[in-house]
Design a protein around this ligand. Structure first.
Ligand SMILES: Cc1cc2nc3c(=O)[nH]c(=O)nc-3n(C[C@H](O)[C@H](O)[C@H](O)COP(=O)(O)O)c2cc1C
Length: 393
């Protein structure tokens, strides 16, 4: 598995898969189990000078056909003290001295607090500090998390304070909940960030209970905005990674909706040197590392790529501003013989498109080439992948 090694901000990872700061990195015992399972690195649950007191319950899923497809949390930083974490980190580092372990730290914008926290944590032998200036819920009302990361000036200031005392690389974890993430990323870079991570969770409101009309997750009958994670945020995360990788040229750790090795390849292609995962591990356990590692290794072999690093940024040259998008080639929908006449494409094209597809139940649908506008709606609603968008020429 030598070809899965990645170098990131001066650290060598056995593979690019890192446990993101979240419940799976809550204790030394958990992180050591994850390392034993093969994870390439880990970021501790965010540590602050004061331990937090968590709400119960604090998780809620968005479901489709009774399966979770997204998750919102209103969890805060760690409920442990700084001393607890100094002990836990030392324990992990003595068991796994060469496996990169980052400590996530967060505070309100008070210089002496950030510096005290950074100094106390780095003494434990941690490999990097990840500055959480991106948590969108709970912490911002205390001047922490996204309160800082939504303000370029404040972000720069905090990074420069920690940089003054840092003896290890600084990874700045950015929020997607901003108008221009590249602008914030630039501020982090200018003030001393060695690497960036994005995205933290997307600010959301997961739902409302139909019986009580209380927003969810309800705690004593009330709720608040939370942080949305999992597969649904992947497009937002990919966009953010691409934007900050391009704008800064810094190493980027990509996070947001990674659940399979294919997702990781996509993140790496748009500029992520490593990928971080939280929700998929919470849903399926540390064991997913096996498929992640094997899938990525197989992909590299099949594509005859020398190593994982060769993927990093490979898609960026093909990512252009809208005015540079070509009007050619034109495409048309083509239905193949696997069509079973379910008529979903007919309905979609009739009411959401160009009335270009006709058919009767149980028979292969037919495309009117004169009317088809090549939008691709029929192909995406087809449950059997029986429709392809093919070149007109
Ligand atoms: C329950 C939960 C708690 C989290 N706690 C933290 C945290 O303490 N610090 C942090 O930087 N990010 C935290 N995150 C955000 C994750 O690290 C990650 O950036 C985000 O969930 C997107 O990745 P995912 O889609 O793989 O979950 C948390 C996420 C979840 C789901």
């Amino acid at each position: 598995m030598e070809k899965l090694h990645v170098d990131f901000a001066g650290m060598r990872f056995p593979n690019p898969f890192i446990l993101a700061s979240a419940p799976p990195t809550r204790t030394a015992e958990m992180i050591k189990r994850a390392f034993a399972a093969g994870w390439g690195g880990a970021v501790t649950k965010s540590i602050a000078l004061e331990p937090a007191k968590d709400l119960q319950p604090r998780l809620r899923s968005l479901r489709y056909r009774n399966q979770p497809i997204g998750m919102e949390n209103i969890e805060l930083s760690t409920t442990w003290t700084l001393e607890d974490w100094r002990r836990e980190i030392s324990e992990i580092k003595s068991a796994y001295p060469r496996r990169p372990l980052w400590a996530s730290i967060m505070e309100a914008p008070v210089k002496k607090n950030w510096q005290r926290l950074a100094e106390a944590i780095q003494e434990t032998g941690v490999d990097a500090l990840e500055l959480n200036v991106s948590c969108p819920h709970g912490m911002p009302s205390k001047g922490m998390g996204a309160f800082i990361g939504q303000n370029a000036e404040l972000t720069g200031e905090v990074v420069s304070w920690v940089k003054e005392v840092a003896k290890v690389p600084l990874v700045v974890k950015l929020t997607p909940n901003v108008a221009d993430i590249a602008f914030i990323a630039q501020a982090a870079k200018e003030h001393g960030a060695d690497a960036l991570c994005t995205v933290n969770t997307v600010s959301g409101l997961i739902g409302v209970d139909l019986d009580t009309l209380a927003p969810l997750p309800a705690v004593g009958g009330v709720s608040t905005y939370g942080g949305y994670s999992g597969p649904g945020i992947k497009p937002i995360a990919l966009r953010c990674v691409a934007q900050i990788a391009r704008a800064t040229g810094l190493p980027v750790s990509g996070s947001g909706g990674v659940a399979a090795w294919e997702d990781a390849v996509e993140f790496m292609a748009v500029g992520a040197g490593t990928v971080q995962i939280a929700t998929a591990v919470m849903w399926h356990g540390y064991g997913i590392i096996e498929n992640l590692v094997q899938g990525l290794a197989r992909y590299l072999d099949e594509k005859e790529l020398p190593d994982a690093t060769s993927i990093v940024g490979a898609a960026l040259a093909k990512l252009v501003e809208f005015p540079k998008m070509p009007l050619e080639p034109r495409v048309l929908a083509k239905v193949d013989e696997t069509c079973n006449g379910c008529l979903r494409c007919v309905v979609a094209c009739r009411d959401g498109g160009f009335q270009a597809i006709s058919g009767v139940a149980g028979e292969r649908a037919a495309v009117d080439a004169e009317k088809c506008d090549g939008c691709g709606l029929c192909a995406l609603v087809c449950p059997r992948s029986s429709i392809a968008m093919t070149s007109c020429s």
